[in-house]
Ligand binder design. Structure first.
Ligand SMILES: Cc1ncc(COP(=O)(O)O)c(C=O)c1O
Length: 656
């Protein structure tokens, strides 16, 4: 097993004292138990300190002497900063680090008061020279951050090998291991998959529904790591996390401002909560078929026009890596008393490298939902809900959380959240720095093919969000494929079958690649090699068929929930002559109709159907492209829409 390295940086501008400290601390590390590989190294100036912390991902802690620091080795007085300013710069860059201050005993009172207002973890007296004592404290603190309370307890429990007289029925895999029919599944999955598949019948493993033990502890550590007041582990993905928050914040009929391009779980959450949705139209980049963020102007105007709204939800960053300039949006929403929820399904790692910050919470959001599994080391479905809402109603939240949570959650998933948090705390900065470097390399390599081209922020941004301060997450790489001589479907098939490469998503002329903390240089090389080979084959250009624009939102006749729960009737999309069925125009849809891709609902429950929408849907059904059309009902072979009967419509409260 590879052993970790934990570097501690000592910053003191007096070279002799610095040398003495580094020597003393390293001697203590050598002579005492040192499982995390602590080593001490020294610098004398603030700029060296900041450079070391920026370039060395193994730095886990810093000890700053309480002095004035020069940024340039003391050449200019103007560039000096206090130790406290240096601490602030360090924690702004790497909030996960432990930071200590060395002080003179006689200055204790004045320094300590200031320190506690800042992100300083403690202080040592300079004169004591108690290197072994300092080492023990630093080692304990770093070990504390590296703890995984839930995972540790789970492992201990497995090693205790208790006889199981409880669920699950496979009883640590016994029912499979002995079976001639399904023992191959046991062998393939591995014994621990079954060993850790335990249940709430084991009290030492705590309860996800009412955490008071190791789950509560693990969630508390995650809150600290991700910068929230409270964090909750969700084992049904961000899809459920969004719904839990909606049901907490919104009573039926209360207004929610939402990007029309939000994930479908958000639209499902509207139905479940009974919210009155106010849809904000996303920007569209027609050239590449990409749906982008909602223009800032549209959001601010919607806030102004809907001050009675309870909440606003936006996705940041989007699937393609576009992230909002959130602080002014959050400020405007808060000024109107509107809570802000940010769906950070694709952006959970952002806290751990300054290139990605501010995070939604740092920008002031009340809630952030993150699919830890999408971009960090957790199992699928493992997500986190982070809460910074100053008026958080924990009781209501808990009721809703429990309503959506299985009473038999997967313990491996909870453990993977604990472990993913540890990893981000201990090596997130280093891994993200590597991922960013690989993303840069990949961009250059793809562009060097002369055929494939990575789109930069300017090309990705739709015209109407060009001046909104939107930034690009460089780990999402969108590639223009229009000159490679393949349709996007052919290219994806070829990458998969000939080169063993599966990409994340596509539009008619782009593919998007997702780099994560698990991306390796060899994977980058293999992708480059595949694209270069295809590029060199010099295939003749193909005509690429553009996806038609999703029609504009029409209007809501009633609340989505009211429409959804009507029985309705299925009316065919096509008339007997195979034309769009005019009888559907002006009817009210009962389902959510979503072509995938791009995943934006063309109709939501309660929405009035119009001719352009019918033409659009029929056009999609007739197209030869492989496309899913969620929400269509089939009567035999006839595609239909479920719409409200007129008697049902009459019985519902009309919105428009
Ligand atoms: C923006 C967004 N939010 C939420 C989700 C749902 O996340 P999960 O897969 O964790 O349920 C997705 C999934 O793709 C998504 O793209």
């Amino acid at each position: 097993m590879r052993k970790p390295v934990s570097r501690v940086l000592v910053i003191n501008d007096e070279t002799l004292i610095l040398r003495e400290f580094v020597k003393g601390l390293n001697a203590a590390a050598r002579s005492l138990d040192n499982p995390l590989g602590l080593t001490f190294t020294g610098v004398t100036t603030a700029s060296e300190a900041l450079a070391a912390i920026e370039s060395d991902g193994d730095v886990q802690a810093a000890i700053v002497d309480d002095k004035l620091y020069s940024l340039d080795g003391g050449k200019s007085k103007r560039l000096q900063m206090t130790a406290l300013e240096l601490v602030q710069r360090i924690t702004r860059m790497r909030p996960e680090l432990d930071v200590y201050i060395l002080i003179a005993q006689e200055h204790e009172d004045e320094v300590v008061d200031t320190l506690f207002a800042e992100a300083v973890d403690g202080y040592f007296y300079r004169e004591e020279r108690d290197y072994r004592g300092m080492y023990r404290i630093l080692n304990a603190e770093i070990q504390e951050r590296a703890r995984t309370p839930f995972y540790d307890q789970l492992k201990n429990y497995v090693w205790m090998a208790k006889d199981s007289w409880h669920t699950p029925g496979h009883s640590s895999g016994e029912s499979l291991r002995a079976s001639p029919w399904i023992n191959d599944f046991y062998e393939f999955m591995g014994e621990h998959v079954f060993d850790v598949d335990l249940s709430v019948s084991v009290p030492v493993l705590d309860s996800l529904m009412e955490p008071r033990g190791v789950i509560a502890e693990a969630q508390g550590m995650a809150a600290q790591a991700f910068g929230s007041r409270r964090t909750f582990f969700a084992t049904n993905g961000t899809s459920t996390a969004n719904k839990v928050i909606f049901q907490t914040l919104l009573a039926p009929g209360e207004k929610l401002l939402l990007d029309r391009n939000c994930h479908k779980s958000v639209h499902h959450g509207v139905v479940l909560s009974g919210a009155h949705p106010v849809y904000l139209n996303s920007s569209v980049n027609r050239k590449y078929g990409l749906y982008g963020p909602v223009p800032k102007k549209v959001i601010l105007e919607a806030i102004e026009a809907n001050k009675d709204a309870e909440a606003l939800i936006l996705t940041s960053c989007t699937y393609d890596g576009l992230r909002y300039d959130l602080p002014p949006i959050v400020a405007a929403a808060h000024a109107a008393g509107i809570k802000v929820i940010i769906d950070e399904a694709w952006y959970g790692f952002a806290r751990f490298h300054p290139a990605f910050r501010p995070t939604a919470l740092e920008a002031g959001a009340d809630y952030a939902t993150q699919s830890t599994h999408k971009v960090m080391s957790a199992f699928s479905q493992a997500s986190m809900i982070h809460v910074n809402d100053p008026t958080f109603n924990e009781h209501i939240f808990r009721e809703n959380f429990n309503m959506h949570t299985s009473t038999s959650p997967q313990y491996a998933m909870i453990a993977s959240l604990d472990v993913a948090r540890k990893q981000m705390m201990m090596e997130g900065y280093k891994l993200l720095a590597r991922t960013l470097a690989l993303a840069n390399e990949l961009r250059e390599q793809i562009n060097s093919t002369g055929v494939f081209r990575v789109l930069d922020l300017d090309e990705l941004l739709p015209e109407d969000v060009r001046h909104d301060g939107i930034r690009l997450d460089p780990t999402k790489v969108t590639v223009d494929i229009s000159r490679c001589g393949c349709t996007v479907e052919d290219l994806q098939r070829e990458l998969f079958t000939r080169f063993n490469i599966q990409v994340e998503k596509s539009t008619f002329n782009t593919v998007t690649l997702l780099l994560t903390v698990g991306t390796t240089r060899s994977k980058v090389s293999r992708l480059y090699d595949a694209l270069m080979r295809i590029a060199r084959e010099g295939r003749a250009a193909r005509r690429l068929v553009q996806f038609p624009d999703v029609p504009d939102f029409t209007r809501l006749r009633c609340l989505p929930r009211d429409a959804y729960y009507c029985g309705g009737e299925a009316v065919p999309l096509l008339d007997p002559k195979e034309n769009p069925n005019k009888a559907l125009a002006e009817r009210v849809c009962a389902d959510q109709i979503v072509p995938y891709p791009p995943g934006i609902p063309v109709l939501v429950p309660g929405q009035v159907i119009t001719r352009p929408i019918l033409d659009f849907l029929v056009g999609l059904l007739r197209s030869q492209k492989r496309l899913e059309l969620h929400g269509i009902v089939y009567d035999g072979y006839a595609p239909c829409l479920r719409v409200l009967k007129s008697s049902e419509e009459r019985g519902l409260r009309r919105l428009a």
